[in-house]
Design a binder for this molecule. Sequence first.
Ligand code: FAD
Length: 398
Amino acid sequence: PERVVVVGAGMAGVQTAVALREQGFTGTVTLIGAEPHQPYDRPPLSKAVLLGTAEGSAFDVDFEALGIELRLGCEALGVRPGEHLLDTSAGPVPYDALVLATGAEPIRLPGAEGVPGVHLLRTLDDAERLRPVLARQHDIVVVGAGWIGAEFATAAREAGCAVTVVEAADRPLAGALPAEVAAPMTAWYADAGAVLRTHARVERVEPGEPGAVILDDGSRLPAGAVVVGIGARPATAWLAGSGIELGAYGEVLADERLRTSAPDVYAVGDCASFPSGRYGERLLVHHWDNALQGPRTVATNIVGDAPATYDPVPYFWSEQFGRFVQYAGHHTSADTTLWRGDPSGPAWTVCWLRDDRLVALLAVGRPRDLAQGRRLIEAGTVMDPRLLTDPARPLKAA
Ligand code: FAD
């Protein structure tokens, strides 16, 4: 191909453009992004950027030196695969290869849209709007005890706000972790001085100074601000009518080489799912490492002669309530759970085994377990479950 066009100037889009150059691609690379800002990294938005200990999180990439043409403030509106054309707010853009990297957008709280004082946390603009909210130290209600909710609650407590987290499920991270693993995390909220209310559904948000969150049991929580962290879904509505196949969550259905159902169109990062050979199911991963690794496969498949297959061991981290939480792999409820260490203590690990092989682990304050475990997962090593549970022993093969 001569002309590669990448849509979405987040982590996955930027990494794709960079990887193309790293792999020797000499044609034109155009990176199109809807946001007006210089491309930036998202994880600091719920951490240092929110607390004001970092000004911004722009990627340290010299686009000009790499010959990457940046078109910011430009929104993709549709694709015409038959004509190899991308339609944008600035007109049609022809491509030889197109990479979809439009990421995800936060799910909005029904009925709270446009209510003053209700915030999301996905973009730099969101984080900048939230900084003065933290500085005012009001009562803050966080809706959703997921990864973003926990990280935001951590920052808000650090800033001295009174924080109540309301969660519809019976525990934090209900979508991601089984009850026994999430159980010790419940205590983290109280330790940090945040109130966690489970089985709590928001009925409505009342605007005002302060406003209030009304729960379905009738309770009324005063709220100087409301922060909604109830999940994200692929930002793919703009692909409707393109013929590009989407899945149940609106994600682009990529194949094992990250190709879409349209010729010469690839998809990577938060907007796409792929079939995992390793885990035998399709994975939709909304984490940073996937937006780093996937682009290398895409670039290889655009540039190289030999096709590359994407089959990662997924990885992510979260920093919440003074703890460093890391997860590698992928587990299902059918896998066996084994503990290393005391979950009420500051550091512990949970391992998931399938046929005595490590398929996933979650490490709290045990980065060495994570590093060793990740390699064992990659290698598919057979483990001795009895040795595994001794936290004093390094994680290694039987
Ligand atoms: P995005 O980062 O969403 O980038 C997509 C870009 O495409 C956006 O800039 C968007 O504006 C643009 N776009 C969308 N539609 C269009 C269109 N039609 N036309 C043009 N441009 C468009 N992961 C971790 O592993 N650890 C963490 O600690 C962590 N912390 C996080 C904290 C926050 C606050 C957030 C929001 C996410 C965090 N993540 C974390 C997740 C991680 O940031 C994402 O997985 C990663 O950003 C995905 O990159 P992406 O490029 O696929 O998508």
